[in-house]
Ligand binder design. Structure first.
Ligand code: NAD
Length: 279
């Protein structure tokens, strides 16, 4: 992809946070944008912000856990703009809690949104890209998709490793046929993700014991800045897009000696409680 001018981008989770940041930046660079989300109020607000930039905009309610909604999204985008050049599978949620105590239903929910939401997007939009021999898919994973940055977020980390692995496969599958693929691996970004987060399997009164976000990772960046990073990185054809240089370096050193990295991170972390209810 050499330019966004005249391209059509679909962004799930586009009403808020990182998706909104990407939508605004692509619109500033001349793309028509379709934002898809379940949050109807933010969908309208972000849609209005995008319209003010002057390009074509469609703001569509779409739940990425619904096959029918994702198919309707594709049909609406094609009706309005003719084709879709860039698909950003970005909608996501978070579940935190002790891995052995989080109910299966919460694991199923997060996998349905964060993993199968991406799969639905690919199944629905990519066949036309393959037929044309052009297009681009950006999937939002996380640094949580490349190493376990904590022990309090097993469902989230599991979903993001799956999103990362699936996207690696997509690159091998699609790039030979002219369809670009990138995976976004943000560190902390100041968004509304906390609003939909589920803290699950944690006994009353033990919340603080079971939550651990490593303080050295707490330097949040703004979603608008992420939008610029993503737009630049896709033009450069980068596969893994990190928002913090430190995370990219950490990932590389982590992989260079996995046993030593695992030992060191356990030595330096806050120790998790032994068991829920009897900590
Ligand atoms: P956000 O909550 O601000 O935005 C996510 C959007 O996705 C929301 O508008 C929400 O309504 C929407 N959404 C949730 N479930 C949906 C569904 N079933 N169908 C359609 N839309 C749905 O949060 P964000 O941080 O911008 O999250 C965007 C992506 O970035 C997520 O995949 C998240 O896991 C990932 N991420 C965020 C951070 C961070 O620090 N904020 C770090 C790494 C990765």
């Amino acid at each position: 992809m050499e330019t966004y001018s005249g391209k059509v981008a679909v962004i799930t989770g586009g009403a808020s946070g990182i998706g909104r940041g990407i939508a605004l930046e692509l619109a500033r660079r001349g793309a028509d944008v379709v934002i898809a989300d379940v949050h109807e109020q933010r969908l309208a607000e972000t849609g209005a912000e995008l319209e003010a930039l002057g390009g074509g905009v469609l703001a569509q309610r779409c739940d990425v856990t619904s096959d029918a909604d994702v198919e309707e999204l594709r049909d609406a985008a094609i009706d309005r703009f003719g084709q879709v050049d860039l698909l950003c599978n970005n909608a996501g949620v978070s579940v935190l809690g002790p891995p052995e105590a989080v109910p299966i239903e919460d694991y199923q929910w997060i996998m349905d949104v964060n993993v199968l939401g991406i799969v639905r997007g690919v199944r629905t939009f990519v066949p036309a890209m393959l037929e044309r021999g052009s297009g681009y898919v950006l999937n939002t994973a996380s640094i949580a998709g490349v190493w376990a940055y904590t022990w309090d977020a097993a469902p989230y980390i599991t979903s993001k490793f799956a999103a990362y692995g699936y996207t690696e496969v997509l690159a091998r599958r699609l790039r030979p046929h002219g369809v670009g693929v990138s995976v976004l691996c943000p560190g902390l970004v100041a968004t509304n993700l906390g609003e939909t987060a589920r803290f699950s399997g944690i006994p009353d009164g033990e919340h603080a014991d079971w939550i651990y976000f490593p303080p050295e990772l707490a330097d949040a960046v703004q979603p608008e800045q992420v939008g610029v990073q993503v737009a630049d990185a896709m033009l450069a054809g980068r596969f893994a897009i990190f928002t913090h240089d430190r995370d990219e370096q950490h990932y590389k050193s982590w992989r260079s000696d996995i046993d030593a990295s695992m030992g060191s991170i356990i030595e330096h972390q806050k120790t998790p409680p032994r068991s829920a209810g009897r900590a």
